[in-house]
Design a protein around this ligand. Structure first.
Ligand code: RFL
Length: 392
């Protein structure tokens, strides 16, 4: 038999966007419950993003979880854009900004710790989560938990359940507006406890395909290399990765490469996707549930945090000031921010990856690289987009 509970906001998904939204709602005194289909350990074990913009750190601080990121995160003052042996340094100090290298797993851990400390309810391993009656003023969510069937009545539902979640799928097809571009390649990633080959993160265009030198700390490296979208992770091991990676590295970096066992290896597909139906009735989509960007611009996590902050502020105005205008404007404000990050991520992907076998495409990339190297204005435009644009 179904048992019924009630809360003000049901959050579906305990990734960074769901956890941050929960923390901000807690601070505003808004009652809510998070439903997560996976276990806490599984969520914590997912290795993904690593670069945080300044507004993202500010949002974490507002949620009371910014201290560790600020103290332990590595300050990123710029990055290297490389064309084989050539290099163009993008210097963030030109615009008086910086970014922070702090892994998504650590952001998630900080948010989980804060949630436990404040007694927030997160129901992990919730099965068959399903939103209902989105267009009515009394939506609800059904789910299974610890062998029992539940119904959670609420005022609003926040779909923070990622690209494959149930929230977006529960919007009628006729109401969905979507834009998508799938790239014919993906990123093969390796995480290892070896010192980073370069203190500056490097984006490298090699004739055979993109590679990136990234880091999580001074002793932990995160490296990526472009592979065809059809590539299967089961055909890869660390030795094979290091061979390919070394073969594409510029010689000055190849000399410094330290290899080691893989802590994690994965292949991520590259796609741009935006569902502009970010609100349907009482359902709001947040983070990857509404949009995906290729990781080239390091925007995915930052966009998710931006959405969560925006929705938390709008819900605060609704409950505390009895003003629904921010909720009504959530979609348009979020999309103005999102499309610019989608464009930047798409543009960085086009500049740095092997897009086709047509030599014309590579000449265009080279011309763009040479232009960027010679133009302070072009470098500032990249720095500005990378560090996060001020306003929508
Ligand atoms: P998440 O992190 O996907 O979390 C969604 C949560 O919802 C749960 N869920 C459900 N819960 C209940 N019921 C259901 N039916 C559910 N379906 C799903 C899931 O278990 C999960 O816990 O979305 P969120 O919170 O919006 O956060 C977004 C970020 O995680 C994402 O944008 C970034 O990780 C993207 N991304 C990267 N972004 C960067 O900025 N830089 C990177 O280097 C970077 N690398 C990556 C990435 C994403 C990857 N994936 C998703 C393929 C590398 C990978 C492999």
């Amino acid at each position: 038999m179904e048992e019924t509970r009630r809360t003000q906001v049901v959050i579906i998904g305990a990734g960074p966007s769901g956890l941050l939204l929960g923390q901000l709602l807690h601070r505003h005194g808004i009652d809510h419950v998070i439903l997560e289909s996976r276990s806490a350990d599984y969520v914590l074990g997912r290795v993904r993003a690593g670069v945080l913009e300044q507004p993202t750190i500010a949002a974490l601080r507002e949620a009371g979880v910014g201290d560790r990121a600020e103290q332990e995160g590595l300050r990123m003052n710029g990055f290297d854009l490389r064309w084989d042996e050539e290099s163009c340094h993008i210097d963030f100090s030109r615009i008086g900004k910086h970014a922070t290298v702090y892994g998504q797993t650590r952001v998630t851990r900080d948010l989980m710790d804060a949630r436990v400390a404040c007694g927030g309810i997160t129901l992990y391993e919730a099965g068959d989560v399903q939103p209902h009656d989105l267009e009515s003023s009394r939506p609800y969510v059904t789910y299974r938990h610890e062998g029992r069937q539940w119904r959670m009545d609420c005022d609003f539902i926040a779909g923070c359940d990622g690209f494959h979640g149930v929230s977006r799928q529960s919007i009628p097809k006729s109401a969905l507006q979507e834009y998508a571009l799938t790239f014919p390649f993906g990123w093969l990633a390796l995480l290892a406890d070896v010192p980073p080959v370069s203190e500056e993160v490097a984006w490298i265009n090699h004739a055979d395909g993109f590679l990136m030198c990234s880091l999580r700390s001074r002793t932990r490296s995160r490296y990526y290399v472009q592979v065809p979208a059809t590539e299967d992770i089961r055909h890869w091991d660390a030795d094979k990765f290091w061979d390919l990676y070394r073969s594409r590295l510029p010689s000055d970096l190849a000399e410094k490469l330290v290899t080691g066992p893989a802590l994690e290896m994965s292949i991520a597909p590259l796609r741009s996707y935006v569902c502009t139906t970010m609100r349907h009735g009482r359902l709001f989509l947040v983070g990857d549930a509404a949009h995906i960007v290729p990781p080239t611009g390091a925007k995915g996590l930052n966009l998710a945090v931006g959405d969560a902050k925006e929705l938390a502020d709008a819900l605060r105005r609704h409950y505390l000031d009895h003003d629904t205008s921010d909720l009504d404007g959530y979609r348009d404000r979020a999309l103005a921010r999102i499309w610019k990050a989608v464009r930047f991520s798409w543009w960085m992907t086009n500049l740095t990856h092997k897009m086709t076998d047509n030599p014309f495409a590579r000449q265009m990339q080279l011309a763009e690289f040479e232009y960027t190297r010679s133009s302070e204005a072009a470098q500032i435009a990249i720095a500005e987009n990378f560090c996060g644009l001020e306003t929508a």
